[in-house]
Design a protein. Structure first.
Length: 343
């Protein structure tokens, strides 16, 4: 109720009785006392209304800007993380004071799995997102996040979208390579770099088109009992519960890759280096068109790419500012970095 309306109601309720009381009182002293009390009551009503109006002001979201991180970071011990996740899962109470929908958790797989295998591993818990990467030997590849409320259908659809983007990416690299003029050492190296980027992007596209064994982690939500059941399955490496998570759009999940067995370390790429970023290109002018879709570079973390959520279900929110990731066999997710060409 607005303050003005409340004051009008107070006037309508209080003034008629006070007026009648004043009329009944004949002497000046009694009338003066009643008026004094009426003034005090009116002032108190005004003050109370003002305080109520101030307290009724909506309070903004105090969690704006806060980000929760679940998973590993550069330099972390992978065995230590696995032990910590197992201990947290065991200590999770059977009925935590979390949201009624269950507890969010990061499920890390022991190996890359195809979409059809996910139904067996994750089919009885609520899934919001899966993490994928094409494991090309000795080459960095991009880590992608695919909203997957329906497993495996949404994963397959998301892979098809990634494949289409990678095909465009490969064509852009080939166009760049063809646009490099000159036969100097720098020009030849630049053409080789663009050719390497095209080769990797084409290989990623072909893998995703066939529904590759590329998924290595997922974000799920379930009861503690169900999460412990998932952790006991053969293909699951760890289940890291995150009862502190209430909003996925303010949470960064950084699962370790299956190849990471000891320490989370920077990427290692044994293949030819792809094209440098714009700031690293050589001085000679190159009349090559910029790629329509930027991709990560082999010496730097590649960006996370999020596939749009499927229409039939309400999508789970994602990190408003997703982190960049390292994508070699000895890499993991890290902090956000600008997109750059991947290999």
């Amino acid at each position: 109720m607005r303050a003005g309306n409340l004051l009008r109601q107070l006037d309508q309720r209080l003034l008629p009785p006070l007026t009648r009381a004043v009329a009944r009182l004949g002497d000046r002293s009694a009338r003066s006392g009643v008026l004094s009390w009426a003034a005090v009551l009116s002032a108190a009503a005004v003050l109370g209304t003002a305080v109520w109006a101030v307290d009724d002001t909506p309070v903004g979201d105090r969690t704006v800007g806060e980000v929760t991180r679940v998973g590993v970071a550069d330099g972390d011990s992978v065995p230590g993380y696995l032990r910590s996740a197992a201990a947290d899962l065991a200590a999770l109470p059977a009925s935590p004071p979390a949201a009624e929908g269950g507890t969010y958790a990061l499920v890390t797989l022991d190996a890359y799995l195809p979409p059809q295998r996910l139904a067996t591993v994750l089919g009885d818990v609520g899934v919001s997102t899966v993490f994928g990467r094409v494991p090309l030997p000795g080459r960095q590849t991009e880590i992608v996040k695919i909203p997957a409320l329906r497993v495996p259908d949404d994963v397959v659809a998301g892979m098809e979208q990634v494949a289409a983007r990678k095909e465009t990416e490969a064509a852009d690299y080939r166009a760049r390579a063809a646009a490099v003029d000159g036969d100097g050492v720098g020009e030849r190296e630049l053409r080789e770099q663009y050719a390497g980027g095209a080769e990797v992007a084409a290989a990623e596209a072909a893998a995703y088109r066939t529904g590759c064994a590329c998924v290595y982690a997922a974000v799920v939500r379930a009861t503690p009992v169900a999460l412990r059941g998932v952790a006991a399955r053969p293909d699951v490496r760890a289940v890291d519960p995150a009862p502190e998570v209430y909003r996925l759009d303010r949470t960064v999940f950084t699962p370790p890759l299956p190849e990471q067995r000891d320490v989370v370390r920077p990427p290692a790429d044994t293949g030819p280096s792809p094209a440098p970023t714009r700031s690293e290109r050589p001085a000679p002018m190159i009349s090559a068109p910029a790629p329509s879709t930027p991709v990560g570079e082999s010496s730097e973390p590649a960006p996370v790419v999020t596939i749009p959520s499927p229409e039939p279900s309400k999508p789970e929110p994602t990190e408003s500012a997703p982190p960049s990731v390292t994508t070699s066999p000895d890499a993991t997710l890290a902090e956000p970095s600008p997109p750059s060409p991947s290999s």
